[in-house]
Design a binder for this molecule. Structure first.
Ligand SMILES: [Zn+2]
Length: 273
């Protein structure tokens, strides 16, 4: 079961500390007054198909809501103590009037977050209010990666070099009458954190450690010092990961455009017949 990281552009709305103070105090060590906190709601994740052609199902969002209660909010994906900036005190799933790319009503998992209204947090609070923080991402544990067309497990296939299910539906392919094959993320097991990101993280593969991250450099140094990696279990995963990372974001954009064009053409065709 892997940790899954998913990002959304940041949308916050100020919340009323006076109304919510009882809920906030459920999670605070000492009793806080409304003046001592800054609180807001934020869309943490949704049921839309993302850049990796994955999406949380409605049931997964419902399952994640209680798992996020009381969880920590950090900045820039770092758990260093100074980066722990707040806590989630309430969660709920909100249905919007918009549609997602699967043509269903868009649903968002909303988290309500409180921060201490302290000198230490002032810079972060200002950044939120000024809209400088651009993205949030969630770290969750998900058991199931299922084919959107048939519900079977999606796995990496070494001969086709693609994610596919037992019924040979290939991720990203569009099938007549069935539509696009994407991945439904199902069976949430845990929620780890919500992270605020000042600069949008690397856009592909749900990876939030950017290429320039010192941790990543260090990891590569370690790998390069190994004379032979072929016996290592994770080596296969790494190869796959590198392959996916090298897929250009431009290609994905192009594919999206083509799929949208296809949809339009199909609709026109259906009208005329
Ligand atoms: Zn399938």
């Amino acid at each position: 079961m892997a940790k899954v990281l998913k990002s959304l552009s940041l949308k916050t709305k100020k919340a009323d500390a006076a109304t919510d103070i009882a809920k906030i105090n459920q999670f605070s060590v000492k009793e806080l007054s409304p003046e001592e906190v800054y609180c807001f709601s934020v869309a943490m994740c949704d049921n839309d198909i993302d850049r990796d052609l994955e999406r949380f199902t409605n049931r997964t969002l419902d399952g994640l809501a209680p798992l996020f209660m009381g969880k920590t909010v950090i900045s820039d994906h770092s758990w260093r103590s100074g980066n722990q900036i707040g806590r989630i005190y309430d969660t709920y799933v909100q249905r919007s009037t918009e549609q997602n790319q699967a043509g269903e009503p868009l649903r968002q998992l909303i988290g309500k977050v409180y921060m201490l209204n302290s000198e230490d947090n002032k810079a972060v609070i200002d950044a939120i209010e000024a809209g400088i923080l651009k993205e949030v991402s969630v770290g969750v544990s998900i058991k199931g990666r299922k084919c959107s067309l048939c519900g079977e497990d999606m796995k990496f296939n070494w001969s086709s070099w693609a994610m596919q299910c037992d019924n040979k539906h290939i991720l990203g392919e569009t099938y007549p009458e069935k539509g696009l094959c994407f991945i439904n993320l199902e069976e949430p097991r845990d929620a780890y954190e919500l992270s605020f990101v000042a600069v949008p993280a690397q856009r592909n593969a749900g990876v939030t450690k950017a290429a320039g991250d010192p941790d990543v450099d260090e990891a590569f140094d370690t790998l390069l010092s190994c004379p032979d990696l072929s016996e290592n279990q994770k080596f296969g995963e790494l190869l796959k990961h590198m392959q996916q990372s090298s897929m250009q974001a431009v290609d994905r954009e192009e594919r999206k455009k083509i799929l949208e064009e296809n949809d339009k053409i199909i609709k026109i065709f259906e009208k005329e017949n």
